[in-house]
Design a protein around this ligand. Sequence first.
Ligand SMILES: Cc1ncc(COP(=O)(O)O)c(C=O)c1O
Length: 393
Amino acid sequence: MKNKGRFGDYGGFYVPEVLIPVLEELEEAFYKYYKDEKFVAELDNLSRNYAGRPTPLYYASRFSEYVGFKVYLKREDLLHGGAHKVNNTLGQGLLAKYMGKTKLIAETGAGQHGLATAMIGALLGMETKIFMGTTDIERQSVNVHKMKLCGAEVIGVEGATGTLKDAINDALRYWTGHVDDTFYLFGTAAGPHPYPTVVRHFQTPIGIEARQQCLDNIGRLPDIIVACVGGGSNAIGIFSAFLEDKDVRLVGVEAGGEGVSTGRHASTLVAGKIGILHGTKSYLLQNQEGQVFDTESISAGLDYPGVGPEHCMLKDIGRAEYVEAEDKDVIKVFDLMCRLEGILPALESSHALAYLMKSKGKLSSDTVVVANLSGRGDKDVGIIESYRKVTKG
Ligand SMILES: Cc1ncc(COP(=O)(O)O)c(C=O)c1O
């Protein structure tokens, strides 16, 4: 089991004894069902008619004019629930049903994964508990209301920062005591094996669709794919279809917060060192003594000190590049996207867009970039107002 679920030296299976059989049960169920005709048909039907796949690839002409190259947006923000998270919760939710589980638990940061889990809990008639840091409950309150409306119980977690790391700690702790009937619906392509593989699989439609849409609509593959990276699920979802296309640059954008030099950031791949957190070996933000770092970002969904193992491997082999975007640029590009395109991007997705804004004047006019618009920003309007008050921006 030790070498299972490795991406290079990363990933693996570092969990308490009690979780080993449940993770093995999950792995077995995943490989049993993910190609099963009935499972695939049921997931396909729900993906289309409940969630809204396929999502469009939109040419953002006014934003393109601003940056000086061609920008296409993969519109995951148009999915039910407002983010890519529903791709994964439908997949894992169905797995839970096929496995005979009756209860769901999940962690959430921005509340998008919590909401997507609460929706699927309602859809499948399963009792649902969502663990969420108290800081995030406050700053993402719109999603908290929505989760409760779907019948989920939202459990506040204090911890060191009241953010995603603390929520995962408590969800894992709760799971160890309730493994018999409870399915842990993990929200990103990180955590112990088999989650990085399972979540990646359920997010691959993003890349498969985007690749085909580029060929159909533009007549060629893009030059660059850009996606934000928290744990890494939307990024690996779109990157996965282009891994073999060596001429396509893959760029992941992390949360630079107020900048790495200030120490108030969450850029794991940019500034982390190898370590183990939440059952997986990955780049990890840690202090001199090896203690896990308290991250800080304007975007709750990227405010996490770890990252998925496949991204660590892609960084090491040079197949993908990882950069960071700072809060001030994220807010600036959020405004630009609203005013130029009438699209409110999630603060998480705005990190990917900030990379494009900063590339203004650096790429030739015929460069084609696809940015994964992982979610919509309605949930972030309050955060943006507070940010403006504090910075008088
Ligand atoms: C809209 C949106 N995009 C991106 C993320 C980051 O997660 P991941 O890196 O797993 O895609 C989140 C997390 O909450 C999110 O809500």
